[in-house]
Write a protein of this length. Structure first.
Length: 487
């Protein structure tokens, strides 16, 4: 998709291309969390340890982190239809391989292939939306996108829990495959290309640096939960060093060639603020999403399915509110939504610091719903403000960077809360506190850290404008990175 896109569609209806991409994105994102409940089954059926079985989720996340940085370049080089066909074709190939996997190694390869297709879908959806939807309708349409990206992860554990009650873990892939096939076939019949592809060679050194840099950083952060600190720190530091090398190479390529990920998106002040807010909010949200199931299952004794059912209303409410939040954003702008939303996130996380062994489940449900509603009020406007501050030809790169940092933020938030919780509970046990009390106190402190991160979200929300200023076109002939309008 190019710098000279098709004219935006007008009117109050969501364009067909966006409807198709939202549906496809929902299906592929659902698979990111669908294997969480299947770990015990995999351990028994494929004769692997729990740590090895966790790789079906870890490998998915690592692949997403490694592939997403390349999607900005990819989406500018192929047509919309081809990007869609490649993404869904790769996803279905991985799904089919996973369904018939004779061994754990083959299942892992299938999950990696699945993730490769998933990594393309979200940037493709975001880039196409910003290209074909006029500014006055973007909030409403972005609300529909929120429905896909928030409901799908929340539904993953619930769907898998229900399927595993009656069948094998293989059915998690067998059931998804025909649905993905129908959506792909329908999409290729109706999907129209948006704009024309641009020519340009890929810089393979940048691909390698991005894959090992972002993949290494996410992998290192994900290993903190094992309890050993030295190894994960070294791996994460190595990944960070490669990311720094990647950044310097992109800055050089912006002057002499075609960057894999155009860092000029960071010159738009509103986009950068939105990026910071989204990253910190994802850290807090994913940290709390790790802590809550641990509390409910390990301390309160709920099953994985019961836990999924308890947190499902929050995810559903968040998704269903997306379109309404989008319409409010189109009418009133971002600040009346983002500032109260960020405050709601902080207050709900502060409420979770009061968890106990007797806290009523209805209170937990209300706190979780408040947090998800607040996230809905925050995410849709911030997505729209941030990408709206960029010139059209940087939409793909802006979407790619946003997706990449979400993966890093998710891994960092998880690593942070697990480390804080473990360190606190270990210290208390050493001081003679009983194991349950120590674990509970460790969780309270970890939730407090999440609430502290939410304060950063509030500050950033206050700094965001009500609406994005129209971006100035970037002069590609300049030798150095040009300046965009500051948000």
């Amino acid at each position: 998709m190019s710098a000279e896109p098709s004219a935006p569609v007008s009117g109050g209806r969501t364009p067909t291309v966006i409807r198709i991409l939202v549906l496809a994105t929902f299906v592929v994102i659902l698979n990111e969390t669908i294997m969480i409940n299947a770990i015990p089954r995999l351990m028994a059926d494929l004769e692997v340890t729990e740590r090895a079985a966790q790789w079906v989720s870890t490998a998915f996340m690592l692949t997403m982190a490694a592939v997403i940085p390349t999607t900005g370049w990819f989406l500018q080089r192929v047509t919309t239809r081809r990007a869609y066909a490649v993404a869904m074709g790769v996803f279905m190939a991985g799904t089919a391989l996973s369904a018939v996997a004779p061994s754990f190694a083959v299942l892992l390869v299938g999950r990696i292939i699945q993730a490769g297709g998933t990594a393309v879908m979200m940037p493709l959806l975001m880039t196409t939306l910003m290209t074909v939807v006029p500014e006055q309708d973007r909030g409403r349409v972005m609300g529909n996108v929120t429905l896909a990206i928030s409901v799908a992860p929340a539904m993953g554990p619930v769907v898998s829990g229900l399927v595993l009650q009656v069948g094998s873990w293989r059915w998690l892939f067998v059931l998804v495959l025909p649905i993905a096939g129908i959506i792909t076939w329908s999409g290729l019949r109706q999907l129209e290309n948006v704009g024309e592809p641009q020519a340009g060679a890929i810089d393979w050194a940048s691909v390698v640096l991005a894959a090992f840099g972002f993949g290494g950083l996410v992998f290192g952060l994900s290993k903190f939960e094992t309890g050993n600190v030295t190894g994960p720190v070294l791996i994460a530091a190595g990944g960070a060093a490669l990311i720094i090398a990647f950044v310097f190479r992109q800055l050089r390529l912006q002057r002499t060639g075609t960057p894999l990920l155009d860092l000029r998106v960071l010159l738009a002040g509103t986009y950068t603020k939105a990026l910071i807010l989204m990253s910190v909010a994802f850290m807090a949200m994913l940290g709390s999403m790790i802590l809550l199931p641990l509390y409910l299952q390990n301390l309160r004794g709920l099953s994985a399915l019961e836990t999924g059912l308890l947190v499902m209303p929050g995810g559903l409410v968040m998704g269903l509110l997306g379109p309404s939040v989008g319409r409010l954003f189109d009418r009133f702008g971002g600040r009346p939504l983002v500032i109260p939303g960020s405050i709601g996130i902080a207050l709900s996380l502060a409420g979770f610091t009061q968890i106990s062994m007797t806290m009523p489940y209805w209170q937990l449900l209300i706190l979780h719903v408040v947090m998800m509603v607040s996230m809905a009020a925050t995410f849709t406007p911030v997505f729209t403000l941030g990408l709206g501050a960029l010139p059209q030809h940087l939409y793909a790169h802006g979407s790619s960077m946003l997706g990449t940092l979400q993966q890093v933020a998710a891994a960092f938030g998880t690593a942070l809360v697990v480390t804080v919780m473990s360190a606190r509970s270990t210290a208390l046990v050493a001081d003679g506190v009983d194991a349950v009390g120590a674990h509970l106190d460790g969780m309270r402190l970890a939730f407090l850290v999440c609430a502290a991160m939410a304060l950063v979200v509030i500050v950033t929300a206050v700094l965001l404008p009500n609406r994005a200023a129209a971006p100035e076109p970037v002069d590609e002939s300049e030798a150095t990175a040009p300046q965009l309008v500051k948000g």
